[in-house]
Write a protein that binds this ligand. Structure first.
Ligand SMILES: Nc1ncnc2c1ncn2[C@@H]1O[C@H](COP(=O)(O)OP(=O)(O)OP(=O)(O)O)[C@@H](O)[C@H]1O
Ligand SMILES: [Mg+2]
Length: 357
């Protein structure tokens, strides 16, 4: 009997390069984001001719290639020229003016930032930056606690493009008018990928990450479908890795439909961005919605204030918008009826489960 013939040996793996499934992995090509990359490149291009660049406001849902596209443009820029210095900052990690100014100094090659005040450091940035052209890419800008550095950059750095990236279109409207009018930015929206695009993108990742032919077609196709429905490429990367790990645990040489289904089941609690990633404020609004599901937004706001919430109504609405975008809640607008036009907010117990799409 050939009992062990079709089993994976202990020194074998279905993975060729598991790192290619990391969310931060940057593939050489970004299919279906060529237009967006070209658009951003066009905004930056005047800098290569010694002119001022354009600013761009980029928005779109999580996990659809915004960061990847920006990083690509920056890499190409670095290969193309030494005249333009790109500075990329993730504002989730660097969320205050001081942290950002220190980071810019370091990226410009100035390391002696210790014990210096923000103003001093900004003078140093000015001196260095105004000898050349700079592309500033501020990713996840909605995580910023302060944004007066933007004003300084717009006012005092002469040849630059400022790229702002966020999940929320509404973030821009709330910027200080002085910043807004100085930005005069172009707007670029990233839309979710459709089924075919999702298949191409995950197929490319499959080629990077796995030994050829280990995926059975129906298993891969199920993951493609669920990822397209979730409108988030991270879901696909997660599911591919999980399914493959489960197959390996069973020493299977193939990743069959059964493993894809098991991965989906396991991903039951997968949220696009985990609730742990929300700010304390957002978490408390979310838990309030959880215990007051399917209420009108106005009533929710009253409850929120009664419980000691400090936000004004408009900011509260924005939090609701954010929670909805990240699929923690569902929002339904109703018109007519006895309450006139209103918004009903519902806790998303179901939609956040990939298995239930
Ligand atoms: N067109 C694409 N081709 C190849 N990989 C892609 C593409 N779009 C997205 N990805 C991959 O999907 C993952 C998520 O993409 P990315 O980090 O760019 O999302 P994002 O839009 O910046 O999301 P967030 O708003 O949550 O920051 C990354 O691993 C990225 O490489
Ligand atoms: Mg991103």
């Amino acid at each position: 009997m050939a009992l062990f013939k079709d089993m994976l040996g202990s020194d074998e793996s279905l993975f060729r390069n598991e790192m290619a499934l990391d969310y931060s992995f940057l593939p050489k090509l970004l299919p279906h984001r060529e237009n967006q990359q070209r658009y951003i490149a066009a905004c930056v291009k005047p800098l290569l001719m010694g002119k001022n660049g354009k600013n761009v406001f980029v928005f779109g849902a999580p996990g659809i290639g915004k960061t990847a596209a920006i990083r690509h443009v920056i890499n190409e820029l670095e290969e193309e020229t030494d005249e333009v210095t790109p500075i990329y900052i993730n504002c989730w990690q660097k969320n205050t003016t001081f942290k950002i100014i220190v980071d810019i100094c370091e990226q410009l090659g100035y390391k002696l930032t210790h014990n210096k005040r923000t103003e001093e450091l900004f003078e140093i940035i000015k001196a260095i930056a105004n000898k050349k052209s700079i592309v500033f890419a501020f990713d996840e800008v909605d995580k910023l606690e302060e944004y007066d550095f933007l004003y300084s950059i717009l006012e005092e750095i002469y040849r630059k493009s400022v790229i702002l990236i966020t999940n929320y279109q509404g973030w821009f409207d709330d910027l200080d008018d002085r910043v807004k009018s100085r930005l005069m930015s172009e707007t670029l929206e990233f839309k979710p990928y459709n089924l075919e695009e999702t298949r191409d993108i995950l197929g490319q990742r499959m080629d990077y990450a796995f030994v050829p032919n280990v995926w059975e077609k129906d298993a891969f196709e199920l993951i493609v479908k669920k990822t397209a429905e979730a409108e988030d490429m991270r879901a696909g990367l997660y599911l591919m890795r999980e399914a493959a790990n489960m197959a390996e645990d069973k020493s299977s040489r193939k990743i069959t439909l059964q493993y894809a289904e098991e991965a989906l089941k396991k991903a039951g609690n997968f949220t696009i961005k985990k609730s742990a990633d929300l700010t304390p404020d957002e978490q408390s609004i979310l838990s309030m919605i959880k215990s007051n599901s399917e209420k009108k937004i106005g009533d929710l706001y009253s409850t929120y204030r009664e419980q000691g919430g400090k936000l004004v109504y408009k900011s509260f609405q924005r939090k609701i918008e954010k929670l909805e975008k990240n699929k923690f809640i569902n929002v339904k607008k109703t018109s007519g009826g006895k309450d006139g036009n209103t918004t009903i907010v519902k806790y998303a117990t179901k939609t956040k489960k990939l298995t239930e799409f």
